[in-house]
Every structure is written in structure tokens, then in C-alpha cells.
Design a protein around this ligand. Structure first.
Ligand SMILES: *[C@@H]1O[C@H](CO)[C@@H](O)[C@H](O)[C@H]1NC(C)=O
Ligand SMILES: *[C@@H]1O[C@H](CO)[C@@H](O)[C@H](O)[C@H]1NC(C)=O
Ligand SMILES: *[C@@H]1O[C@H](CO)[C@@H](O)[C@H](O)[C@H]1NC(C)=O
Ligand SMILES: *[C@@H]1O[C@H](CO)[C@@H](O)[C@H](O)[C@H]1NC(C)=O
Ligand SMILES: *[C@@H]1O[C@H](CO)[C@@H](O)[C@H](O)[C@H]1NC(C)=O
Ligand SMILES: *[C@@H]1O[C@H](CO)[C@@H](O)[C@H](O)[C@H]1NC(C)=O
Ligand SMILES: *[C@@H]1O[C@H](CO)[C@@H](O)[C@H](O)[C@H]1NC(C)=O
Length: 779
């Protein structure tokens, strides 16, 4: 009986949404299909445990929770009870968590983040009598990029995941991905008759799974131990369980058409095409086969695979599948597109009548290929509301306008922000704030959610926090106030220097707009040469001023609740940013000294550059989250047996540096981490500066070919195979190191050897966006 009333009210709530134009009918149907089926009791208990993990075992003295399906979808209500405890009622587990997080920030002034998912509350805390209520303006709040699984999550264990899932719930995220699939494919391939050797040659190493799954590469950095496939599947099941208990839905992988070459031996009569060579990957790492979707074999494989996926993982009726990620379809014809998407969708429906297809809109960025008629054919071949498109980088290259809101198919507005998880401070706060509102209210908008789709995490936290809050909020955020409050809740203290610090970042590094493709290509992280062209979009002096403010605020930051650790993290980060930009500036001076054959000046500046790299290493080594050692040890720890540790370490090192057998995607997922600076970036620059000095002094032109060969053979390629150990604990006092660096280099900034050329050549090229023909890529 109660259940019936609930259902009735649920329908009324949906009708209410429709009347508001909140989302159109097909959108509402989609939302109903993919909603999690976890019972309110289970969600409540999962939330209670989460709150305990966040504030400790006394959580029950302060907070009560309740799932109430009668509330508006995605909403919460918070009030103080007579008992003195705060009651958080929400429409589902995730909404309660979002409310709880909101309470922590707005009432107790303490925020959380990736590195900090627990907080300390004073024992004698009296919770004030406040009443809060809120409903999300976005039915779906989405998170993850298929690449995040390789760039950031790849080595995580369950405990690391547990903290991250908590964070996701606290941010209100209710849809994400579960891409693990190798154990399932192993079964499928074996059943079809592939040999063990053929299967081993197909799977890429642990750090490169994402691109093998998408059919871009095969076998690279393998073999993937069979035990790894089983363990990762088990881990995926545990992650899914934790997410669903909290009321999240998770999209599972579906078959996109990519198969190992030897399958042709078994099915010689099927129609295949050879996948395009991706980023010059050589054989045998290149070129899977693509089974044509209209071939019967496609349906056979797709259903065989998806049945097992659902069996292993359960289902929220949503499946992701990207047949043409960074590869061109065989035919540029609407009929071909229609047939392809129909075949994919039908294969999903065969297994699950309620299936919704989650599609990355990334391929549509190839505007030269994906003309309107192709996109329309591809998208409208599937019934409305049965595809959910991720508009993958809406803050810079939105596609929802040119595709007429994806021809009516629902989409999620996503902020991508970074590629490869590179570390520079970067973001577009204003564009995010206005873009989400504009997309929601455009005529015929089919937007049903907001998401974040970074290739990597653990950088620029503020911009992710901002996007997710904007996703929840109906109205534009007041950015100035929002950043003030961010500072307050980040350090747990109100101080004008700290708020000014964040305001300065807001107006500089976090105010990017333009079409330049930002890929973390800072001079220090790049292969040295005489023709690099660094650019920045902001006034670098602001970094110095902000840094000075942060240094000055040391005494005010509380030690309680580990707030000082966050402060230290930010101090490392701003020092890192300063050095990175300064190295860019030294470089343009060096380049000019070389061109003018000013040998003495060149040598002087070369010395300074190497000192800056020393300082970079020193400051990073003092930060717990800037260590190569952690990445490598996490990788080795995941190896199922001791003799496989070497393969895992190779994977971990290769992804950060040469990305492929020969630098195919050189320095793409580059990281400013201690260890990497000392043993990779600095030696490269050192070799270059020596060679260039020699060229200047002996008056022969610098031989770039020769340098490339040497740097590749002596530094870049060997690095993947080394096994040197690095610390996993920070070394040195961050504040002192940062202060020393500040004093030293601010004096140098007035040095005449350095001063000229700064503005002209660094190319602060606001408004000079290069409109390139080539379209952006993510790897
Ligand atoms: C998120 O919450 C909304 C509202 O409850 C629901 O309709 C939608 O299905 C949920 N989405 C997911 C993916 O769980
Ligand atoms: C909180 O304040 C409201 C309004 O003033 C009052 O009605 C309510 O009784 C208070 N609750 C508690 C637990 O003090
Ligand atoms: C492929 O087609 C040929 C010619 O029609 C036929 O003889 C052969 O049996 C087919 N092979 C398979 C595996 O179906
Ligand atoms: C919105 O949709 C209607 C009905 O399909 C159509 O007539 C109208 O032109 C569309 N408006 C815009 C701005 O696309
Ligand atoms: C850069 O910022 C500094 C410090 O705020 C200021 O003095 C300077 O005029 C700015 N330069 C430009 C070109 O805006
Ligand atoms: C530059 O170095 C390459 C590779 O070592 C060599 O083959 C070439 O002859 C050199 N060029 C000149 C001009 O010395
Ligand atoms: C590094 O190890 C890989 C795989 O073990 C091997 O193929 C490669 O030749 C080695 N590279 C170098 C530069 O030693």
C-alpha cells in the first residue's frame, strides 16, 4: 500500500518536472530507466556508514538520515531535531550525502576534497538550529572519463576507491562508469577458440587498458597477467556494490566492434575493416579489426559479451560504447551511420529491453568528417531517450549547439579541464558558470545533466568543485563570493590573505578562455629544443603576488583537522606553478641569447634554469602528493606476483614519459613530480644546454637531429626500464623551502640578463587564439 502511494507521488513528481519544462518527456523516461533500484534501507545504512567514515564513530550523536521517496527527486531537507541531532532527509542516498556535505561547508565551514575525505569535529560541538533545503537543477550529475581509469585510478585498491566513492557521493554524483572487462573478454575469446597466446598478445599492459578497450592499440606494455584480469573484475564488483548502495547508477561497457586480429581465422567470412593506425603505433601494437556492425558476427559477439557483463556486474540499464573514438569510420555515408548505431543499439536491446546507450560525443569534434547529416543519421537511428550523449568538453569545444542539442537526444554538459592529468593550474571558471545555464535554457535544450570528464584528477580541485556545484545549482553562482567561501572552508579559517589568494587565481589561471589546446606542454616538461613556443594566458606577476599572500598566512592556518596539510599542498602547488612559468620565461631569454650568439648570457641563464629545476625538485619532494615514488610503489603493489612487478613498473614509468615503445605520444601524461624532475626532466635539459653551449662556443649550428637521438637513447627510452626506488614520504619543510625559493627568484626577476624579452616573447596571447584546422585529441 505504502509502495503504491510512493509510486503515485513519484509519478506526480515527474509530472511536476515536466510542467516546469525541467526536462522533456524522453528525458524523464531515460532518467526512470537508469535510476538505481537499491532499497531505501540499504541506501540509508550506506549513508550512515559514510558519515561515520567522514566525521568518526560519534557521527550518530550528531546526524540522523532518512531516505524519503516522497521528496522531489534529487533533493534534501536538513533540520535540527529536539534531540539536538541534525536530521538529513533526502530523495536518495546520494542526495543525503550532498546535503551532508553542504551542511559541512555552509554551517560548519569545513570542506573536503580528494586528498581529504574525513574531518575532525570538536567533541563538544553544538549543532545550531538551521533549516536547509535544496533540489538539484540537474537530474544527472556525472563523473569520469574512460581515460581517468588509466591516468589516475589504475593502481588503486579498494580502500582508495572507498574514499573516492565517498567523495563522489558527497559531491552529488549519481552516474559513472565501470569499464573493467578483460576477464569477460578472456572467457569470450576462449570460448570462441582463440589460443592463450593470442589472447595474451591482444591485451595491453595495466596502464594502457583504456586505449586497448577503445580499439586504439593492442598488446602494448603487456602481457596482462590473467590474475590481474580476475582481481580487477573482483575490485570492479566491490566498487559497483559500494556505489549502488549509496544510490548511484553505473554504466557498463558494451561491444563497440573492435576485436583481435586472430578472430579472422575463426570467422573468415565476416566483414571486417582494419582500424586506422593510431598515433603511429607500430605493429604488433597497432590495428585491431573492426567487425562491421551489420554483420551477423557483430550481434553474436555483442550479445555474448553484454550478457556476461550484466551477469558479472548487475545492471542499471545503461551501457557505454564508442565505436569511433579517434578513428574515422570506413564510410562517410548517412546510411552507414544509421546502420552502425542501430546495430549497436539493437545488440544492447537484445540483452536488456530497457537499455540506454551512453555515448561520448568526442568523435563529433572531428568536424571535417562528422558533418550534420552524418551526426543526425547516427543519433536519430536510435529512439529518442535511448542514447545519452556526453558533450565531453563543453567548457571549450561544446558540440550541443551545432548538433541542435544532439537532434533531441538527451545530453550531459561536461567539463573536461585536463588531458593526461598534467599539473599546471588551469581552468575556465567564468565559462563554466555561464555555459551550464546557457545550455540548460537554450531553445529545445535536451540537456539532462552536468558532469566532469577529466582525463586525470589530483589537480585544480577548485574547478571540479565549482563545476559540480554549478551542476546542482539552478542559478549562476556569484563567483567572487564562491571563491571567498572556498578559501574559508578549505583552510577552516577566515583570513583576507587566503581569500585574496584565491581571488587572484580566479582572475588569472582560472579565467582561461580561448581555443588554444592546452595540453600541459610547459617548457620544463617538454623535450628540449630551440623552437619551443611557450605561452600563457594570464599576467604571471599575479602568481608572485598570490604566492606572497599564501606564504604570509602561515600562522593563521589551524593545525586542527589537518588543515595545515592542505595549506602545505597549496603552497607546493603555487611554488610549482611559479617555477614552471619562470622556466618558460628563462627559456625565451635563452632562446634569444642563442639566436643572438650571446654565449656568456646563454651560459649564465642556463645555470639559472638548472637551479630552478633543482628548486622544483626540492619543493615537490616536500609535498605528499607530488611524489613519483607513490605512483611507482602503488603500481608494484598491484602486481599479482613478485616477478610481475617489473612489468607494472615499466607501465607506470612509460605512461608518464614516452607513452609507447618509442615516444609515440611523448610527454603527454607528464607530471611535475619529485623524482621525475630529478631523473628525467632535468637531465634532458642539462644535456640540451651542454650541447647548445658547445654549439655556440665552437660556432657550429646546433644539431637538432643528433640531440634528439641522444636524448631519446640516453634518457627517454631507458627511463621506462629503470627500477630505482623513490621516497613515498615527503622530505623537508614546505614553508621554509617555498620561502627560500620566493626570496631567491624574486630578486632574480629584476636581473637585467633576464628582464628583456619577457613580455614580447612569452606570448601572453590573449585574443590571439589560433584557429587550427586540426581538431583536438585526447589520448
Ligand atoms: C539521478 O537521480 C535522478 C533523480 O532521482 C534519477 O532520475 C536518475 O535516474 C539518477 N541518475 C542516475 C544515473 O542514477
Ligand atoms: C528551531 O527553530 C525553529 C524556528 O525558530 C523552532 O520552531 C524550532 O523549535 C527550533 N528547533 C529546535 C530543535 O530548537
Ligand atoms: C565461409 O564461406 C565459404 C564459402 O561460402 C564456405 O565454404 C565456408 O564454410 C565458410 N566458412 C565458415 C567458417 O563459415
Ligand atoms: C525547436 O523545436 C521546434 C519543434 O521541433 C522547431 O519548430 C523549432 O524550430 C526549434 N527551435 C530551435 C531554435 O531550434
Ligand atoms: C600584471 O600584474 C601586475 C601586478 O598586479 C601589475 O602591476 C601589472 O601592471 C600587470 N601587467 C599587465 C600587463 O597587466
Ligand atoms: C647531425 O647529427 C646526425 C645524427 O647524428 C648526423 O647524421 C648528421 O650528419 C649531423 N649533421 C650535421 C650537419 O653535422
Ligand atoms: C625496456 O624493456 C622492454 C620490455 O622489457 C624492452 O622491450 C626494451 O627493449 C627495453 N628498452 C630499453 C631501452 O632498454
Amino acid at each position: 500500500m505504502v509502495g503504491c502511494v510512493n509510486k503515485l507521488l513519484l509519478i506526480l513528481a515527474l509530472l511536476h518536472q515536466l510542467r516546469d519544462g525541467h526536462c522533456q518527456q524522453f528525458g524523464a523516461e531515460l532518467l526512470r530507466r537508469i535510476a538505481p533500484a537499491t532499497s531505501p534501507d540499504v541506501q540509508e545504512e550506506a549513508v550512515r556508514q559514510l558519515i561515520r567514515r567522514v566525521v568518526g564513530n560519534t557521527a550518530g550523536n550528531w546526524f540522523d538520515v532518512e531516505v524519503n521517496k516522497l521528496l522531489d527527486t534529487r533533493s534534501y531537507q536538513i533540520s535540527l531535531q529536539q534531540s539536538g541531532k541534525v536530521l538529513i532527509v533526502g530523495s536518495d542516498g546520494v542526495s543525503i550525502c550532498k546535503g551532508f556535505h553542504h551542511y559541512l561547508k555552509q554551517v560548519l565551514h569545513k570542506d573536503l576534497e580528494w586528498f581529504k575525505t574525513s574531518i575532525e569535529l570538536p567533541d563538544n560541538l553544538q549543532l545550531p538550529n538551521v533549516t536547509l533545503r535544496s533540489a538539484s537543477a540537474s537530474p544527472i550529475i556525472y563523473y569520469q572519463n574512460v581515460c581517468t581509469w588509466s591516468y589516475s585510478f589504475v593502481w588503486w585498491n579498494l580502500e582508495q576507491w572507498r574514499r573516492h566513492i565517498d567523495w563522489m557521493a558527497l559531491m552529488g554524483i549519481n552516474l559513472s562508469l565501470a569499464p573493467n572487462q578483460e576477464a569477460i573478454w578472456q572467457d569470450v575469446y576462449t570460448e570462441l577458440g582463440l589460443s592463450e597466446a593470442e589472447i595474451d598478445a591482444h591485451f595491453a599492459g595495466p596502464a594502457f587498458q583504456t586505449w586497448q578497450r577503445m580499439g586504439n592499440i593492442r598488446g602494448w606494455a603487456g602481457p596482462l597477467p590473467p590474475a590481474h584480469r580476475r582481481l580487477q573484475q573482483r575490485l570492479q564488483q566491490q566498487i559497483l556494490q559500494a556505489q549502488r548502495e549509496l544510490g548511484m547508477s553505473v554504466a557498463l561497457p558494451a561491444f563497440a566492434g573492435h576485436v583481435p586480429q586472430p578472430l579472422q581465422r575463426i570467422f573468415p567470412n565476416a566483414s571486417y575493416s582494419l582500424a586506422q593506425r593510431w598515433n603511429n603505433f607500430p605493429d604488433p601494437y597497432c590495428c585491431n579489426l573492426f567487425v562491421e556492425p551489420n554483420d551477423a558476427l557483430f550481434q553474436q559477439l555483442a550479445t555474448m559479451f553484454l550478457r556476461r557483463v550484466v551477469q558479472a556486474y548487475g545492471s542499471n540499464h545503461i551501457y557505454f560504447c564508442d565505436p569511433f573514438n579517434e578513428m574515422q569510420p570506413r564510410l562517410a555515408e548517412p546510411d552507414y551511420m544509421r546502420a552502425t548505431s542501430q546495430a549497436i543499439y539493437n545488440s544492447m536491446r537484445t540483452v536488456d529491453g530497457e537499455a540506454v546507450w551512453l555515448l561520448q560525443g568526442w568523435m563529433f569534434l572531428q568536424v571535417d568528417y562528422w558533418r550534420d547529416n552524418l551526426i543526425e543519421a547516427f543519433l536519430t537511428a536510435v529512439p529518442r531517450g535511448r542514447i545519452l550523449v556526453l558533450d565531453l568538453q563543453s567548457e571549450q569545444f561544446p558540440q550541443y549547439q551545432r548538433t541542435y542539442s544532439y537532434y533531441g537526444q538527451p545530453f550531459v554538459w561536461c567539463m573536461l579541464n585536463n588531458f593526461g592529468g598534467t599539473l599546471g593550474m588551469f581552468g575556465s571558471a567564468r565559462l563554466i558558470n555561464s555555459g551550464i545555464g546557457a545550455a540548460r535554457t537554450m531553445p529545445n535544450s535536451s540537456m539532462v545533466g552536468v558532469g566532469i570528464t577529466p582525463e586525470g584528477i589530483n589537480q585544480n580541485y577548485v574547478i571540479f568543485s565549482l563545476t559540480l556545484e554549478r551542476g546542482w545549482s539552478k542559478n549562476e553562482l556569484q563567483l567572487s563570493e564562491w571563491f571567498d567561501h572556498f578559501a574559508l572552508t578549505r583552510y577552516g579559517v577566515s583570513d583576507s590573505r587566503l581569500t585574496q589568494y584565491w581571488q587572484m587565481l580566479r582572475g588569472s589561471v582560472y579565467d582561461f578562455h580561448g581555443l588554444q589546446r592546452m595540453r600541459g606542454k610547459y617548457v620544463m616538461n617538454r623535450r628540449p629544443g630551440l623552437n619551443l613556443k611557450p605561452w600563457i594566458w594570464y599576467n604571471a606577476s599575479i602568481i608572485n603576488e598570490a604566492w606572497q599572500l599564501l606564504l604570509a598566512a602561515k600562522e593563521i592556518v589551524p593545525l586542527e583537522d589537518d588543515r595545515y596539510a592542505i595549506y602545505e599542498h597549496d603552497l607546493v602547488d603555487i611554488t610549482r606553478q611559479f617555477l614552471q612559468v619562470s622556466i618558460d620565461r628563462i627559456y625565451v631569454n635563452l632562446r634569444s641569447a642563442y639566436r643572438k650568439t650571446q654565449s656568456d648570457r646563454f651560459q649564465y641563464l642556463a645555470g639559472k634554469m638548472l637551479q630552478m629545476l633543482d628548486d622544483m625538485e626540492r619543493i615537490l619532494a616536500s609535498g605528499a602528493h607530488f611524489l613519483l615514488g607513490t605512483w611507482l610503489e602503488d603500481a608494484k603493489q598491484l602486481a599479482p606476483s613478485a616477478d610481475q612487478r617489473i612489468v607494472y613498473e615499466f607501465n607506470a614509468r612509460n605512461q608518464l614519459t614516452i607513452w609507447g615503445p618509442n615516444g609515440q605520444i611523448l610527454d603527454y601524461a607528464t607530471k611535475q613530480w619529485s623524482g621525475l624532475v630529478r631523473d628525467y626532466y632535468q637531465p634532458r635539459w642539462s644535456m640540451f644546454l651542454d650541447a647548445a653551449t658547445l654549439a655556440l662556443e665552437s660556432n657550429v649550428p646546433f644539431n637538432a637531429t643528433n640531440f634528439k637521438l641522444r636524448v631519446a637513447n640516453e634518457i627517454e627510452l631507458p627511463f621506462s626500464n629503470l627500477t630505482k626506488l623513490y621516497p613515498t614520504k615527503p622530505v623537508g619543510n614546505t614553508w621554509h623551502i617555498s620561502q627560500q625559493i620566493y626570496i631567491k627568484w624574486n630578486a632574480f626577476a629584476k636581473d637585467s640578463q633576464f628582464l628583456h624579452n619577457n613580455r614580447v616573447e612569452l606570448g601572453v596571447n590573449e585574443g590571439k587564439a589560433r584557429h587550427r584546422k586540426r581538431q583536438p585529441k585526447q589520448h
